[in-house]
Design a protein around this ligand. Structure first.
Ligand SMILES: NC(=O)c1ccc[n+]([C@@H]2O[C@H](COP(=O)([O-])OP(=O)(O)OC[C@H]3O[C@@H](n4cnc5c(N)ncnc54)[C@H](O)[C@@H]3O)[C@@H](O)[C@H]2O)c1
Length: 378
């Protein structure tokens, strides 16, 4: 069993918790990236702890809180009460001034760091998932420190550079636990699709001249990101993810724009991405591509989380500490070290897990068979 705690019971949490229930009931693995990780199936994921600050969510069972406003994920499956009451968190910089009416923070007493550490220990939380709004720099670090002190794995889904910060790597190493992050990718989200095209261009000997990725959506995530002062790390995370596929990432960086580009309420959780790339190909001649991607943004993130929490628990079980870059690279936009492509990142993960004797099935890469047959002949 993987005992999961969640900080920020917003739309991703609402989709993730319903997804666990959906796959628990459905005897099928359709849509999952991996069915089994170290023996864990989706039905082995248990939510045991939850924190928010909203008056409509705190002190309610999480199965009810996920449908409280301003969340807009519809009811997809019946989720019975889980017996997990959402606890009050520390607000810090989690609520931007233009979001006060949306998130509606309560005036309940906020817990100290020591109290959160004690809660994580007493609820036996294996993995704490950070789903705070973009720009929650202080609040994210507060919960990361609590996780380190409690010996809990921290999964940082948001664009705050924590798993990629040497200070936190050492802190988690010293605490004999680990951190995965930063900024979760989607199953088929705009970053992974943009990166796939960019690495294809590189693999075929061409190079990107300029590119943009414009994203619009209609939930609190996009509304929160209207405040440009909260966006610096989001833009960096998305831009570097694309540039790192090229042979000279630092030279192309200023010609890549990737980031949130508008809040359109009627879109709800639907994210629309427009990806444009101009590349220089054979004889220096231009090649251009335009792509429109439409996804349910919260389903895309939840598909990755379903893998990541099981992976995190498996790594903890094997005594992995600090910031294992190879575990974060396939799943996060800004890992401690970027792979040149997502295939390379996944192959590297499979190789590391094989050495640790952690099963992960099904293997999604034909390259894996080639790698295995070559290692047998060596
Ligand atoms: N595909 C994706 O959706 C995707 C991809 C990458 C990263 N992310 C990031 O994941 C995060 C979560 O996304 P979401 O759509 O669930 O957000 P959301 O806006 O729906 O939910 C945020 C939640 O955090 C709570 N909160 C605010 N301050 C808090 C605090 N100090 N302590 C505890 N709770 C607090 C709010 O009350 C709200 O319930 C966002 O930062 C988003 O940008 C999402």
């Amino acid at each position: 069993m993987v005992r999961v705690g969640i900080v920020g019971i917003g739309n991703i949490a609402a989709m993730f918790i319903q997804a666990i229930e959906y796959y628990r009931r459905l005897d099928s693995d359709v849509g999952l990236i991996h069915s089994v990780i170290d023996g864990y199936r989706v039905s082995d994921i248990n939510i045991v702890y939850a924190i928010d600050i909203s008056k409509d969510k705190v002190n309610r069972d999480i199965a009810e809180a996920i449908f409280a406003k301003p969340n807009i994920v519809p009811k997809l499956v019946d989720v019975e009460k889980l017996g997990v009451t959402v606890r009050m968190g520390r607000i810090l910089d989690g609520v931007a001034s233009h979001m006060v009416n949306d998130f509606q923070p309560t005036s309940l007493r906020e817990p100290t760091l020591d109290e959160i550490v004690e809660e994580l220990k007493s609820y036996n939380v294996d993995v704490l998932v950070n789903l705070l709004p973009v720009g929650s720099a202080e609040a994210s670090r507060f919960y990361a420190k609590a996780a380190a002190r409690a010996g809990t794995v921290f999964v940082n889904c948001i664009p705050e550079f924590i798993a990629s910060d040497g200070y936190y790597c050492e802190l988690f190493e010293r605490s004999s636990t680990l951190i995965l992050g930063d900024d979760i990718k989607g199953q088929l989200g705009s970053t992974v699709v943009h990166r796939a095209l960019a690495s294809l261009i590189s693999m075929r000997g061409a190079e990107i001249v300029e590119s943009y990725q414009l994203n619009v959506g209609g939930n609190t995530d996009f509304k929160n990101m209207l405040d440009q002062t909260r966006l610096a790390s989001k833009k960096k995370s998305k831009t570097v993810a694309v540039a790192s596929t090229q042979s000279k990432p630092e030279e192309i960086l200023q010609n890549i724009f990737a980031g949130p580009s508008g809040y359109i309420p009627f879109l709800g959780n639907t994210k629309v991405s427009y990806i444009y790339i101009k590349a220089k190909g054979f004889l220096g001649l231009p090649v251009t591509m335009d792509l429109k991607l439409v996804v349910d943004d919260k389903a895309m993130a939840s598909a990755i989380l379903i893998d990541v929490v099981r992976l995190a628990a498996a790594l903890k079980r094997r005594g992995i500490k600090g910031c294992p870059y190879w575990a974060s690279a396939p799943y996060f936009k800004y890992p401690p070290k970027q792979a040149r492509s997502d295939e390379e990142a996944l192959l590297d993960l499979y190789i590391h897990l094989d050495k640790l004797d952690i099963d992960i099935e099904p293997k999604r890469l034909y390259m894996w068979d080639i790698y295995k047959s070559l290692s047998k002949t060596d």
